[in-house]
Design a protein around this ligand. Structure first.
Ligand code: SF4
Length: 355
């Protein structure tokens, strides 16, 4: 199948969506316990010996780039917990054909790693930050680490500027009754640190075991609240398949909204996710993925791996968030994955798939 464009042959799925973005989870461990992602203290973890080694990741990334992937994002768990991450960044940043190498982090360890990561070739950093209140941060993440995150953000801003990269993105999941009174404060903080905030609607994936539709603050409401405070908001033209819609305040401040729950973007979704142990998921909501570690460790050739990936992508028909949206309210109120299933297969957890 060929994409309907004038470009060279593109690998596309059953809805003509090209394979362009890959999120690489480098660990399922995390040093926070955010209520909407990892609400439990303990989890069934992926065995470390099954984590892909850097040279294995490099082989798989070559296969993905050969099939059209041009943007990579390192995720977790918390990716900065993976030992030697700057070495992996250097390995990946040197790949011809890659247009962007990004990282999503909770920022706790970023003060130490920002400079070595940018020096190794990282293009941009997104830091997850849902509150600016110390007590609230501690309650939401079960760790008293807000100061460390803020120091990490400052370090990333400095290092990004020094290496001519950026701008820094702040990702804020907005939850009614939890942090929806901080929408303007988060926007102003992002402006202060020279970054851009993206407000993310609360999603009911894997470990979001306390999710309910009532707690989602829809895009329209976020815009209304900001408009009431700052005046007219202008929608900026869409430049890519990126999930965030971007907007500008009258003073030029730019922010984004990722309306993953009320206005999913499955129809243009070009992203997939590789877990730290090499299972490849073509949708955040997919119940199963393709094992790439097994064939890799059994000596599959580069051509064999490419064929496996290409065949799986061609048969992709996932549109998980759209399907969730169209479920009846009663169905939707049920948990996406029962806790017993989550304990049985850690791959069903959002933190294993890299969010
Ligand atoms: S739900 Fe699946 S198909 Fe839809 S945007 Fe998310 S990952 Fe893509």
């Amino acid at each position: 199948m060929v994409a309907p464009s004038g470009e060279a042959r593109l690998l596309v799925d059953r809805f003509s969506r090209a394979l362009r973005n890959l999120r690489l989870s480098v660990t399922d461990r995390c040093n926070l316990r955010c209520a909407y992602c990892m609400p439990e203290q303990e989890y069934v973890w992926l065995p470390r010996e099954q984590f892909l080694r850097f040279e294995e990741l490099s082989v798989l990334v070559d296969a993905f780039i050969g099939l059209g992937v041009e943007r990579l994002r390192l995720t977790g768990g918390e990716p900065l917990l993976r030992r030697g991450l700057p070495q992996l960044v250097a390995l990946l940043a040197a790949k011809p054909g890659l247009r962007e190498l990004a990282l999503t982090t909770n920022g706790v360890l970023l003060e130490e790693f920002a400079e070595p990561l940018f020096a190794a070739g990282l293009d941009r950093v997104s830091v997850s930050l849902d509150t600016l209140t110390r007590e609230r941060f501690a309650a939401l993440t079960r760790r008293d680490d807000l100061d460390r995150v803020r120091a990490g953000i400052a370090a990333a801003q400095r290092a990004g500027e020094a290496h001519g990269r950026g701008p820094l993105k702040l990702d804020s999941v907005i939850i009614r009754g939890t942090n929806d009174d901080e929408i303007d404060a988060l926007l102003e903080y992002a402006r202060e640190v020279g970054g851009e905030v993206r407000f993310i609607e609360y999603m009911d994936v894997g470990g979001a075991t306390r999710w309910s539709m009532e707690r989602v603050v829809p895009r329209r409401e976020i815009l209304d609240r900001l408009e009431a405070r700052y005046g007219r908001i202008e929608a900026l033209p869409e430049r890519s398949s990126a999930p965030a819609e971007r907007f500008a305040l009258r003073d030029g401040t730019i922010f984004g909204i990722i309306a993953s729950t009320t206005a999913p973007f499955c129809s243009t979704c070009d992203r997939s996710r590789l877990t730290a142990d090499g299972i490849w998921y073509r949708c955040l909501y997919a119940r199963s993925g393709t094992d790439l570690r097994g064939p890799l460790r059994q000596g599959a050739t580069a051509e064999g791996l490419s064929a496996l990936i290409a065949d799986a992508w061609r048969s992709r028909a996932d549109r998980g968030a759209e399907e969730r949206l169209h479920l009846a309210a009663t169905e939707r109120a049920r948990r996406l994955v029962a806790p017993i299933e989550l304990r049985g297969d850690p791959h069903l957890e959002m933190h294993t798939r890299g969010g």
